[in-house]
Write a protein that binds this ligand. Structure first.
Ligand code: ADP
Length: 202
């Protein structure tokens, strides 16, 4: 393993050449990884969905494409039963992960960035807490998050990383449960760097 010191923390390049950074919070590990969330073999992955739950672009599109039609079928069932008007921002629901390696997909909706003065931080934090709470209820041990809201929804990544990592680390420290490994899968190096800087400061 090769180590290089970046922003006062250790970033490791593992044998697969994957860039990773990690911290311990209570009995759980919080990791950052550069990669594609659809390739993760953890118990559950989180989808940055939109209220329709009908799929879309970005990470949502990639998850539906690789998960297959069973994911959409379960989303349609959720829409026609509990969330007829769509999944509200900050809430989370679960479906099978279909053909993906994970067992579950937890779909949550982050806020659209409207300048920061419209409760965006509280809503983004709520999306993480709802996902973590649902994962705990399902007995999930390993959970992967994308960077919710920082793509099409336009949330600035530095701000989003503070909400995301602050919320998850607080949850892990204060909420006993099944979670042992929470991984943020960052798709772009610039996003990884923003999250790494925030994690180093926690
Ligand atoms: P939102 O609508 O919540 O902004 P997006 O899917 O547009 O959701 O973007 C959220 C984040 O997911 C962005 O940082 C984007 O780069 C990232 N992303 C896109 N595809 C993937 C993927 N396959 N794995 C992990 N992250 C991804």
């Amino acid at each position: 393993m090769y180590f290089t010191s970046v922003q006062e923390r250790k970033i490791s390049l593992n044998i697969h050449g994957t860039v990773e950074l990690e911290r311990e919070f209570g009995i759980a590990r919080l990791r950052l990884m550069l990669g594609d969330i659809t390739e993760q073999s953890c118990d559950a992955i989180v989808n940055a969905a939109n209220p329709s739950l009908m799929g879309g672009g970005g990470v949502d599109g990639a998850i539906h494409r690789k998960g297959g039609p069973v994911v959409l079928r379960e989303c349609i069932k959720i829409r026609s039963s509990i969330y007829k008007d769509g999944l509200p921002v900050g809430e989370a629901v679960v479906t099978t992960a279909g053909a993906l390696k994970a067992k579950y997909i937890i779909h949550t909706v982050g806020p659209v960035w409207r300048g920061g003065g419209h409760g965006e931080a509280q809503l983004l934090s709520k999306a993480y807490v709802s996902s973590l709470t649902l994962a705990t209820r399902l007995g999930v041990r390993s959970l992967a998050f994308p960077s919710i809201s920082t793509g099409a929804y336009g949330y600035p990544v530095e701000e989003a990383s503070k909400v995301a990592l602050g919320t998850v680390s607080r949850f892990l420290k204060t909420t006993p449960g099944t979670l042992k490994d929470v991984i943020f899968i960052l798709y772009k190096m610039t996003d990884f760097e923003a999250y790494a800087k925030t994690l180093a400061g926690l």
